[in-house]
Structures are given as C-alpha cells and as structure tokens.
Design a protein around this ligand. Structure first.
Ligand code: PMP
Ligand code: GLU
Length: 389
C-alpha cells in the first residue's frame, strides 16, 4: 500500500491538463493549448552556445550539491544588480528548477502540524508541497475585486501560534497580480510582528512584469533574515526544460536545503548550470524582448476575452496567465471550473485549467504564452463553445 503522505497528494492539475491536450492532439484533433505555463520561445542562442561549449569542455561530472560556485556567484551578482540584495555564494542553493527550490525550503522548515499561509489563488504545487511536509495549508482568499492580492489585515487574521511560513508569489501564477513595494512593506510589517514566521518569496516571474519595477519582500528592512528568495531561469530566459532554479536564503536555511538535496537529488545537471550561468551573466535584451511580446499578448487576450459575455476579466500586471472569473457558467451543467475546462477542451478544443486547483473554484486559467494567432483562435473557440450552451 502507498504511504499516507503520497495518498494525500493530488496530481499537478497543470500537467494533467497538458497531458489531456496532448492525448487529443495525438488523435489528430487540433487543440490550442493554454494549459501549462511556459514560454513558447526558444532558448536564446548565446545560452545554447554556452551549453554546447560546456559539453565540449567535458562539464560532465557531478557538480557540488548546491551548484557550481561560478553559477552561485552569477546568482549573487543578479540579486545585487537587480534587487539590491547582497548574498554570499554560500547562501545560494541551485536546484532542479524553482519547483525543487521551493520544496526544499518547505521541507527544511515545516514540521507536521505547522501551518503555512498560502494566499489564494495560488500556484497548484504549494499546498501539495506543504502536505508532503505534513504541514497544514491555510489560504486567505483574494478575489478579482482586490486585484487578487491579500491585505495585511487578512494576513494577520490567518496567523496562529502554529504558523511557520508564508508563501508569497509576485508576479503571481495564476492571477498575474504584482505586489508593489508599499504593499510588500505592509505585509512585512505583519510578518515582523510574529517571531518564527518565515517567508518564501517566489519571484520566478520577476521579469514578466507590465507595471514597472519588481519589488522583493526580502528588501524590506528586517526581512532578509526571514525570507527565502526563489528565482530561476525557466520563465525569464525560456529555459523550462533545462531545470535550473535557485534559492537565496539565510545561511542556516541554505545549509539545510543543501543537506536535503545532497541526500535525494544531488546537484542539478552540469550542462544546464553552465547555460544558466550564461543566462544570468550575459546580455539581457532577450528578456526584455520576450517581456514586450508577452505584454502585447496580454493586451490582446484581455480585449478578446472581455468580449465574451459572462466572463469577468481583469488586467493582469505580470506573469503570462489570464484568470477570468467564470462563475456565471457554474452551478448548472458544470459544477466546477474544472468541468467547464473539460468542456472547453473536448468541445471547444482549447486547453485551459480550472481554478479549483489554484484555490479559486470560480475561475479559469489561460496561459497566453503562445502566439497571437493562437490567442485569437482560442478566444473565438471559447466564445463559440460558451454560446452554444
Ligand atoms: N513557481 C511558480 C509560481 C511557477 O509557475 C513555476 C513554473 N512551473 C515554478 C515556480 C517552477 O519553475 P521551474 O521549476 O521550472 O523553475
Ligand atoms: N508554471 C507552469 C504552470 O503553472 C508549469 C507547470 C507546473 O510546474 O505546474 O503551468
């Protein structure tokens, strides 16, 4: 029999939907896939060249568990240059994607029965990682009316003596919400009132921001010792398959993540690390070009989806997801947004993800990291499928 911990987990809804979409495609059905969130661009040439050179130069042995020192130095350089955060390489742990970085940090801090605050809507994997650590996810809710952001009062109300961790994601997957510096300062003020409360700040969408300067809660005075900053190369450099993410954390937490990783995965792929180093140290124009392209797509999808009756569409400030409220279509034929997403897939031939797995059961998530042509086609298909109900 499987363990209780595993039995208690749910499969990743994003990957599950992507797989269903692939199955239909394999049957010859033309599907517009807006389920899984990953840039559709190719990895920039100078990054691929660095990987090829690494293979030729035989970077083929185990790396140190926490990553090559040169990559950790590159991450420190980036954190200082872009975020004004000073870390030493020993405080960086490089992992198999930001996903593992977050999971390491959760497992390093959470005891069975500890509570972890995960504002909803949230990325599907956070509560599952907490469950893996036998912690208890607690989710104050943000809605479209609050631009999908929680207030300091909501945070305060969610804290109990058992609260260990807050997981914050800005820019946010799935809502696209971006917390401003002053909003983060207000949340930090609450965190700092509670000793023993730590923050995982997931900044993987940092560069996909349409409102301007990215702010990190770690930069608020007093928060450096409380915050684990998570970032990586997947989204900014179109490198999802290379599997490189990292954490920058207080030394004792970085040491714990290093130890944990040393026992169950070792350091991430050597060649990918050399590619990530080139991404962080190299020219950054590619990042801005992709951001501009995402912004054009954001504008397009917002305009098109606002033309569909019954969908409430806000303007996401970052990341590459649209998170419309679709509750007007729920309660009758479709009990949940996941059922609606299945209908849109099977009848409309557009793959989306129901908001249920993101802690927002009245919403749908559409990844617009796809061509403008696909976005236009998807919106037309969704409109038709909803009109025929
Ligand atoms: N955090 C968020 C919010 C994400 O959307 C993703 C993308 N899956 C990740 C972390 C993990 O990214 P990766 O493991 O590809 O670095
Ligand atoms: N971040 C992407 C998404 O949310 C990748 C899939 C995943 O890791 O869940 O769709």
């Amino acid at each position: 029999m499987l363990s209780k911990v595993i039995t208690n987990l749910s499969p990743s809804a994003t990957f599950a939907m992507a797989q269903k979409s692939e199955e239909l495609k394999a049957q010859g059905i033309n599907i517009v896939n807006m389920s899984v969130g990953e840039p559709d661009f190719d990895t920039p040439e100078h990054i691929k060249a660095a990987a090829t050179a690494a293979i030729e130069a035989n970077w083929s042995k185990y790396s140190p568990v926490s990553g090559y020192k040169s990559l950790k130095e590159a991450a420190c350089g980036k954190l200082l240059r872009e975020n004004g955060l000073e870390f030493s390489p020993s405080q960086i742990v490089v992992s198999n994607g930001a996903k593992q970085s977050i999971c390491n940090a959760v497992l390093a801090l959470v005891n069975p029965g500890d509570e972890v605050i995960i504002p909803a809507p949230f990325w599907v994997s956070y509560p599952q990682m907490v469950k893996l650590a036998q912690g208890i996810p607690v989710s104050p809710e943000a809605t479209i009316e609050s631009q999908y952001k929680i207030s300091p009062e909501q945070l305060e109300a969610a804290i109990t003596p058992r609260t260990k961790l807050l997981i914050l994601c800005s820019p946010c997957n799935p809502s696209g919400a971006v917390y401003s510096r002053s909003e983060l300062e207000a949340l930090a003020e609450v965190v700092l009132r509670h000793e023993g409360l730590y923050v995982i700040s997931d900044e993987i969408y940092e560069h996909i921001n349409y409102v301007g300067e990215h702010a990190s809660i770690a930069a608020v005075p007093g928060m450096r010792e409380r915050t684990m900053v998570v970032n990586g190369v997947s989204k900014a450099y179109a490198m999802t398959g290379w599997r490189i993410g990292y954490i920058a954390a207080p030394q004792w937490i970085a040491d714990a993540c290093n130890m944990l990783q040393g026992q169950y995965t070792s350091g991430p792929c050597s060649v990918s690390q050399k590619a990530a180093e080139a991404a962080l140290n190299g020219p950054q124009e590619c990042v801005e070009l992709m951001r501009q392209s995402f912004q054009r797509r954001r504008d397009l999808i917002v305009r098109l989806m606002r033309g569909i009756p019954g969908l409430e569409v806000n303007e996401p400030e970052g990341a590459f997801y649209l998170f419309p409220r679709c509750s007007a279509y729920l309660g009758g034929r479709f009990k949940t947004a996941t059922e609606l997403a299945m209908y849109l897939l099977e009848t409309g031939h557009v793959a989306t993800v129901g908001g249920d797995a993101f802690g927002a059961p009245g919403c749908l998530r559409l990844s617009y990291a796809t061509s403008e042509e696909n976005i236009i086609e998807a919106a037309a298909r969704i409109k038709r499928a909803l009109e025929t109900l």
